[in-house]
Design a protein around this ligand. Structure first.
Ligand SMILES: NC(=O)c1ccc[n+]([C@@H]2O[C@H](COP(=O)([O-])OP(=O)(O)OC[C@H]3O[C@@H](n4cnc5c(N)ncnc54)[C@H](OP(=O)(O)O)[C@@H]3O)[C@@H](O)[C@H]2O)c1
Length: 247
């Protein structure tokens, strides 16, 4: 009997990186999960690796229509859910003097609006005692050049964890934030040139007290702790960053 036997969960951005690591641990522990993301190929590959206890629902969290479709599909496939991992997100450098309105709007549409409406649309399916985990970033408390839009969006998620906690408390639902430090998931390579990504990664490793990146599995363990084990914790933030923002 697995640790998550009989449990159900939704993971946005569950086709890759941290989200996939969460989905894998849940399925390996006996849960049934729904994962979502924009790339059908990525989702199909993830579904293949996760097996029949995973449902892949293609969609864009920035689209309310897609979120409605996700909620409908989750309801028909899983019924109600015990955990919601609001993990979909994109990273992009936004230099102060050259960032366009389009780039700004895209980051906020996915990372902030997408997260907010993911919670609104899926909250009706959450069981009493369920846990929501918002993936923010250690960047939400650090002033780093060229990351102002991303960092501000992640600070917004950190704030939402507090407000949602208050709003969902009457239903016995806890809402917490996980703040990863640098994790080498491919997200950086997708949004930066190879040179930018290389420079960014080298700087993060040099800055980090542990002199390394975290792994998706390390972040997944912390997120699962918040969702299932931290039953006296709501509105909180768990930082998993090798000590970068604390030491
Ligand atoms: N890696 C790090 O160093 C780091 C550090 C701190 C915080 N984080 C946060 O951790 C979370 C997971 O990132 P990751 O590092 O695991 O990167 P990742 O592998 O790129 O995962 C991000 C996932 O989000 C999905 N996604 C992106 N935009 C979406 C949208 N509009 N609608 C639906 N799904 C969308 C992506 O799938 P599609 O592209 O197919 O849509 C992908 O599966 C993100 O919120 C990220 O900001 C990462």
């Amino acid at each position: 009997m697995g640790e998550y036997n009989g449990r159900t969960a939704v993971i946005t951005g569950g086709g890759s990186g941290v989200g996939f690591a969460v989905a894998k641990k849940l399925v390996d522990g006996g849960a049934r999960v729904a994962i979502t993301g924009r790339s059908r190929a990525t989702l199909d590959a993830a579904r293949e690796r996760l097996g029949e206890n995973a449902v892949a629902v293609p969609g864009d969290v920035a689209s309310l229509r897609d979120l409605d479709a996700l909620a409908d599909r989750v309801q028909s496939e899983l019924g109600t859910i015990d955990a919601l991992f609001v993990n979909a997100g994109v990273a992009a450098l936004t230099p102060f003097d050259s960032t366009t309105e389009e780039a700004y709007d895209e980051l906020f549409a996915i990372n902030v609006k997408g997260a907010w409406f993911t919670v609104q649309k899926l909250a009706p399916l959450l069981n009493p005692g369920a846990g929501i985990v918002l993936t923010t970033s250690a960047a939400n408390v650090v002033g780093m050049a060229d990351t102002s839009v991303y960092a501000a969006g992640k600070a917004a998620l950190r704030s939402m964890a507090r407000s949602f906690s208050r709003e969902l408390l009457p239903r016995g639902i806890r809402v917490n934030a996980i703040s990863p430090g640098p994790v080498d998931t491919g997200a950086l390579d997708a949004t930066m040139t190879p040179e930018e990504a290389e420079r960014f990664k080298a700087e993060r490793v040099a800055d980090n007290p542990m002199r390394r990146f975290g792994t998706p599995e390390e972040i997944a363990r912390a997120a699962l702790f918040l969702a299932f084990d931290a039953t006296y914790t709501t509105g909180a933030e768990l930082v998993a960053d090798g000590g970068a923002t604390q030491l």
